[in-house]
Design a protein. Structure first.
Length: 281
């Protein structure tokens, strides 16, 4: 989608981090913007901030893990703006721990937000874009959708699912000869609120502190540090996203250094050898 001026963007996880930066970048590009997020106060705060630049912004509190809420978000965006052109299925969370330690609640929470959230977004919005034969969908995965760092199996599983879903969406749109495009965003560490995502964990999916081993606590501290020290900002990532949308480019790999680890994984697959630890390469 080459021309963004006047077009409409719908962004989940829009209250903070990458989603908020995407909303800002879309407004700067002359777009109209709808943000959705589960967190009411930050959503209102971001809406106020964005409205300092433009009145063409709305915010709708939405839990992306709930199909009906995502459908309501999609309908509200179309009811307000008339059309939708760019859809960023971006909301995400990140519980850690060795795979056997992740609780059922961990799995249900992360798959609900990171995988079902994207599925609901694709199901709610794609028919609208197909109908107008115009638009672009950007699903936020992660480099963890292309490699498998230890200690974060649930996150890796969820992000590999997003890559798989989006790659298949690309083929399905091509089979329809649709002008609707799609991309998958695979960043490495970026300073955002992702390491504190437990703030949004629903009451019925809470862990008990005893379920976290010392190893998991150490990984949580490492994640906090790694996210804080990310070299690219959320704004940088948002610019990568808009460029990919304009260029109709599928892969958005914002951190090229990680390509060595991706290549190593593919080589391990092709050579049928034991997977190397991507963090040790
Ligand atoms: N920051 C990184 O290092 C990094 C790297 C790779 C991928 N990502 C991905 O980027 C996306 C955005 O995360 P971020 O880094 O901006 O973190 P963030 O915590 O700053 O933003 C995530 C947003 O999603 C919202 N959210 C959480 N659960 C939700 C739900 N059920 N329904 C609706 N909204 C919900 C949060 O309230 C928050 O505003 C995520 O999918 C994350 O996995 C982040």
């Amino acid at each position: 989608m080459k021309h963004l001026q006047g077009k409409v963007a719908a962004i989940t996880g829009g209250a903070s981090g990458l989603g908020r930066a995407m909303a800002q970048a879309c407004l700067q590009a002359g777009m109209r913007v709808a943000i959705a997020d589960i967190e009411a106060a930050p959503l209102q705060h971001t809406l106020n901030e964005l409205r300092e630049h433009s009145n063409d912004v709305i915010a709708i509190q939405t839990d992306v893990a709930q199909a009906t809420q995502v459908a309501q978000f999609a309908h509200a965006v179309r009811a307000h703006f008339g059309r939708v052109h760019l859809v960023c299925n971006n909301a995400g969370v990140s519980p850690l721990g060795p795979v056997w330690e992740n609780t059922l609640a961990d799995w249900q929470w992360i798959l609900g937000v990171n995988v079902w959230g994207v599925i609901h977004g694709v199901r709610a919005f794609t028919p609208m874009l197909l109908e107008q034969n115009e638009g672009h969908i950007v699903n936020t995965a992660s480099v963890a959708g292309l490699i498998n760092p230890p200690g974060m199996g649930a996150y890796n599983v969820s992000k590999h699912a997003v890559v798989s879903l989006t790659e298949t969406l690309f083929h399905d749109l091509a089979a329809r000869q649709s002008k609707v495009g799609c991309s998958v965003l695979c960043p490495a560490y970026v300073p955002t609120g992702i390491a504190n995502s437990a703030r949004n964990r629903p009451a019925d999916l809470q862990p008990t502190p005893a379920e976290h081993s010392a190893e998991t606590k150490a990984r949580e501290a490492m994640l906090q540090k790694a996210v804080r020290s990310g070299k690219l900002s959320a704004d940088d990532i948002a610019q990568h996203v808009l460029k990919a949308v304009r260029d109709n480019r599928f892969w958005i790999l914002t951190h090229p250094k990680i390509k060595g680890a991706i290549a190593a994984r593919l080589e391990d697959v092709m050579q049928e050898q034991a997977p190397r630890n991507p963090l040790a390469l």
